[in-house]
Design a protein around this ligand. Structure first.
Ligand SMILES: CC(C)(COP(=O)(O)OP(=O)(O)OC[C@H]1O[C@@H](n2cnc3c(N)ncnc32)[C@H](O)[C@@H]1OP(=O)(O)O)[C@@H](O)C(=O)NCCC(=O)NCCS
Length: 173
């Protein structure tokens, strides 16, 4: 398995991967496609295994008003056949070591039990516009003391998450 920056040629493979990793939702694939089409700033890497894209991670700007205040980790996905084998952890740890990421304040809306393994911590401020009470909103190197609603690229929308199936953990955005 190798990790590399996403190339333009591999973009359709990422859209297909996101469709498979988030069954029943077009949101994540559509979101990344729109970010690409609009040329939004995005840091993104993929895991390639025997010529196939098996995992994807992206970071986009986080905003305090019009000022960039860090990066949002979203979305992240591993192909269903490869989930639970350490691929997601390896990709995330790789991304967190990269120059563009390693000194930035980071935010993620996701499962705390998963993301706290990598150094993310529950985050009270800033306020996430997609998460009531910030219960699934975490930060890293976040020193915010002002109260504000953190901005996302406008392609991110408040699509309600489906309820987590019983016994399964709720996914993030
Ligand atoms: C969440 C996801 C990225 C994790 O990648 P992965 O390669 O499957 O995870 P890893 O194999 O590196 O880590 C597995 C560990 O994380 C735990 N884990 C995986 N998903 C989890 C979740 N949603 N909540 C809590 N823990 C989770 C597993 O229980 C496992 O724990 P263990 O090591 O104690 O057995 C992947 O499962 C996935 O793509 N899921 C569907 C899409 C999604 O939910 N994306 C994340 C939100 S954007």
């Amino acid at each position: 398995m190798k990790i590399q920056k996403l190339t333009v040629e591999n973009r359709p493979k990422v859209y297909a991967l996101l469709q498979r990793a988030f069954p029943g939702s077009d949101y994540e694939a559509g979101l990344v496609q729109k970010l690409h089409e609009k040329g939004k700033p995005i840091h993104e890497w993929v895991c390639i295994h025997v010529g196939k894209v098996i995992a994807y991670i992206a970071f986009t700007n986080a905003y305090h008003g019009s000022v960039i205040c860090g990066l949002h980790l979203a979305p992240m996905a591993v192909a269903p056949d490869f989930q639970g084998k350490g691929v997601g952890s390896e990709l995330l740890r790789f991304a967190l070591r990269q120059e563009a990421i390693k000194t930035q304040p980071l935010f993620v809306l996701g499962e705390p039990a998963y993301y706290t393994r990598f150094g993310f911590e529950p985050c009270i401020l800033p306020v996430c516009p997609f998460d009531r009470n910030n219960t699934h909103f975490l930060g890293m190197r976040n020193t915010t003391i002002a109260s504000f609603v953190v901005g996302y690229e406008p392609e991110f929308t408040a699509v309600p998450l489906p309820p987590a199936p019983q016994g399964k953990k709720r996914r993030g955005r």
